[in-house]
Design a protein. Structure first.
Ligand SMILES: [Zn+2]
Ligand SMILES: [Zn+2]
Ligand SMILES: [Zn+2]
Ligand SMILES: [Zn+2]
Lengths: 169, 169
DNA sequence: GAAAAGTTTGCAACATTATAACATTTCCGA
DNA sequence: TCGGAAATGTTATAATGTTGCAAACTTTTC
């Protein structure tokens, strides 16, 4: 899958979303699962924001579409997208964000800016390695890692320096 | 603060809880904050389980006490206990657990057994170090780390080997 | 000690997030 | 084209967490 722009810097976000959808179609074909219109639309809505979107935010936008949707519609689509590695759930926010490392077998590590709300997904082998070692030291059989880091992104740090308060883009 | 038993192995849990409460009193005195009866009782309830307890579980037990409690009572007590480093919230479970490293400035890392539900809190400098480095590489100002690892504890691994299914103590 | 100020709790209502259960429709292979 | 599997619609409900305001309690100040 292609490299993507950082959320912190402006970029052609339409392209960014389009690419994500294209990649998703490919992945679903490869895996022989169905990226139905609802699922695709939910993925698109999530990708249109570099900030995590709550399930009910997605629901509201589906309703704006004229889609007659109820919570299960959204949660089912999100489950599907998660299971196929297309979105991640951010437990500390009860929200969802598009995966920027689809295909690459990875452990997501999320930098969550408390200023602007943007989230950057990283893959840090040194971190996953250290976690694996620590778990093994306890004879713990590792299955799933939740690693979410709250703080301030570079831009919000400088805004805070200047104005005394974090910005909210 | 004194060393504590691992949840995996049987131990005198009354002592374990008593010690935690004693430590908590000391900490609150040092910090000049009030460990009121409600707060202390909530802490005790949480400590009585090595498994994370949901806010409404705590609420139910308070009600059993005859305490006329509503959700805010519990959430406020939990907020207090969190702020003073006496309990942690496990985001992936929406539940709370007593901190086993009170006093020691630390980043909690939690091993959550999917078999028995027990949780072990670790401090792994190699992990926190790697996280810090990764964040710095992105010029991200780290504030709070959520690190929760789901898997199987040693005991549940062997039970699974023997019976084909994880145990539930 | 009494009044003032600050903190904690009680209480009612409400908001948000997530799931259960079952009917209906759509899809896809035989 | 038919029959089973997968996906969606629909309604209701469960689980988790918050707001706002008044009353009670503590600490400080005079
Ligand atoms: Zn990812
Ligand atoms: Zn920011
Ligand atoms: Zn701790
Ligand atoms: Zn276990």
């Amino acid at each position: 899958m292609s490299a993507r722009a950082l959320p912190y810097r402006p970029h052609n976000h339409d392209t960014c979303v389009t690419q994500a959808l294209t990649d998703a179609r490919t992945i679903c074909q490869d895996r022989n699962v169905r990226l139905t219109p609802t699922r695709e639309r939910v993925l698109e809505l999530i990708w249109q924001s570099h900030k995590p979107l709550g399930a009910y935010d997605v629901l509201a936008q589906l309703s704006d579409d004229g889609h007659n949707a109820a919570p299960p519609t959204v949660y089912r689509a999100l489950d599907f997208l998660q299971q196929n590695g297309l979105v991640h759930r951010i437990a500390s926010l009860n929200a969802f964000i598009g995966c920027t490392h689809t295909g690459e077998h990875h452990t997501g590590m999320f930098l969550i800016c408390q200023g602007c709300g943007n989230v950057l997904e990283l893959t840090a082998p040194s971190v996953s390695g250290a976690i694996k070692v620590a778990a093994e030291a306890e004879s713990f059989a590792l299955d799933d890692v939740t690693l979410e880091i709250a703080g301030l992104c570079p831009r919000c740090q400088s805004e805070q320096d200047e104005t005394g308060a974090p910005g909210n883009e």
